[in-house]
Design a protein around this ligand. Structure first.
Ligand code: F6P
Length: 433
């Protein structure tokens, strides 16, 4: 059977566990052996300690992926792991899921024991649908950004016999996936030249089958309508602003609420609509000069004149340039206090936006996209491009990974160079018309 692995990478987002669950179950359903890679690209670079790749200072690991299934003391034997949906007396099946429950700090010390690539069975992902964060861990890997790191990652995939990889992460993580895809033939040739892999392995793994799932609260990936985790983060922001609203109204105060989103204003803008905020700052329409002082004050004053007892200003973190001290939440607070005489507080929502249970939208999106991801990666041929799974007009889509990454980078560059209309036209072509 083919071996398919799934990993999460970059900042976690609600729904990533639902995506991993979906990929694992669909992979097994399609007759594959399913693996998870812990700690994102970092875990893939580290791989499983085997006699060939174990640093001498670290104790060698008891079982390598290839010998695991022959070890009598293991819970899951290869034959137990296959889930046959036709089978009426379905027996729970576990792979090495118990290893997942060991924390990474402890795992590193124990040397987990030096294991980052773990075979999982159908029931290892049971109960994952509604869990927040990512249970298989994630990391922003510096090593993977080096050519040596990527060569080691390629090596670890090949020696574990994994020929299909699903990556759930944000634009940075999918850029990493695209880089690995582009370099793959050279990496395989280099591993072969160093005799780290055999001729047979070089031929078998000549093509990297990779698929992306966009997991990010920022909703900043071009070519897809919404990313896994964005809906939940938006809900979290709305709940927080609702709470702030009641205390704000009690004291007749103004609040400046800073939300996440990196370079993208989607969370701030949508939260502004959903909470009926008075004013929103987004990176796609950043305030020019000092005109925003009078503009914002005029809007807030008008609302006060209409009898509103609270004022809410939502600021996307991407609209703030702390280094240039261009505009900061404290600066907005000062304008509201000094020009309107409003008793003003600043609240930075921070990581509360990212954690916690996924909402129904993210569970459904992650599940449907996980299913599509498995089919896309299993159907891949050397001629087909690698895909990222998206959603457009309520339909799950496959978009060439290279195109999605390029478009996203173009948008970021246009915003950086302050061509905001150009950026919006790329994100949403209808806007240009
Ligand atoms: O990309 C997701 C995100 O939560 C951004 O909205 C935010 O800018 C960043 O990650 C925060 O990163 P960290 O968790 O490393 O502080």
């Amino acid at each position: 059977p083919r071996r398919l692995a799934v990993m999460t990478s970059g900042g976690d987002s609600a729904g990533m566990n639902a995506a991993v669950r979906s990929v694992v179950k669909m992979a097994i359903f399609r007759g594959c052996e399913a693996f998870v890679i812990r700690e994102g690209w970092e875990g893939l670079v580290r791989g499983n300690h085997t006699p060939e790749n174990t640093p001498s200072a670290t104790p060698a690991v008891s079982r390598s992926a290839s010998t695991f299934f022959d070890t009598p003391d293991t819970k899951g034997k290869a034959s137990d792991l296959e889930h046959n949906p036709e089978q009426s007396d379905f027996v729970p099946t576990y792979g090495e899921g118990e290893l997942l429950r060991e924390g990474v700090g402890e795992a590193q010390e124990l040397g987990l024991r030096g294991r980052y690539i773990i075979r999982v069975g159908w029931d290892d992902v049971r109960g994952w649908m509604d869990q927040g964060g990512t249970l298989i861990g994630t990391a922003r890997s510096k090593t993977f950004r080096t050519p040596e790191g990527r060569e080691q990652a390629a090596y670890n995939l090949i020696i574990n016999g994994i020929d299909a990889l699903a990556v759930c992460g944000g634009d940075g993580s999918l850029t990493g996936a695209d880089k690995l895809r582009a370099e793959w033939p050279d990496l395989v040739a280099s591993l072969k030249a160093k005799s780290r892999i055999t001729e047979e392995q070089a031929t078998k793994f000549a093509h990297l089958n990779i698929v992306g799932l966009v997991g990010s609260i920022d909703n900043d990936m071009a070519t897809t309508d919404i990313t896994i985790g964005a809906s939940t983060a938006l809900q979290r922001i709305c709940e927080a602003v609702d709470s702030i609203s009641s205390t704000a109204a009690s004291h007749s105060r103004a609040f400046v609420v800073e939300v996440m989103g990196r370079h993208c204003g989607w969370l701030a803008l949508m939260a502004g609509i959903a909470t009926g905020a008075d004013y929103v700052f987004i990176p796609e329409r950043p305030p020019q000069g000092e005109k925003w002082h009078s503009e914002m004050c005029a809007v807030l004053q008008k609302h006060r004149d209409l009898g509103k007892r609270k004022s809410i200003v939502i600021v996307a973190e991407g609209a703030i340039d702390r280094e240039l001290n261009d505009i900061t939440p404290d600066m907005i607070k000062d304008v509201l206090s000094n020009d309107l005489g409003l008793d003003t507080r600043v609240t930075t929502l921070g990581h509360t936006q990212r954690g916690g249970k996924p909402d129904a939208n993210d569970r459904i999106l992650a599940t449907l996209q996980g299913i599509e991801a498995v089919d896309a990666v299993l159907e891949a041929t050397p001629e087909t491009p690698s895909y990222v799974i998206g959603i457009s007009e309520n339909k799950i889509t496959r978009i060439p990974l290279m195109f999605a990454v390029e478009q996203t980078q173009k948008v970021a560059k246009l915003i950086e160079s302050k061509d905001f209309d150009g950026a919006l036209a790329l994100r949403d072509p209808e806007f240009a018309e």
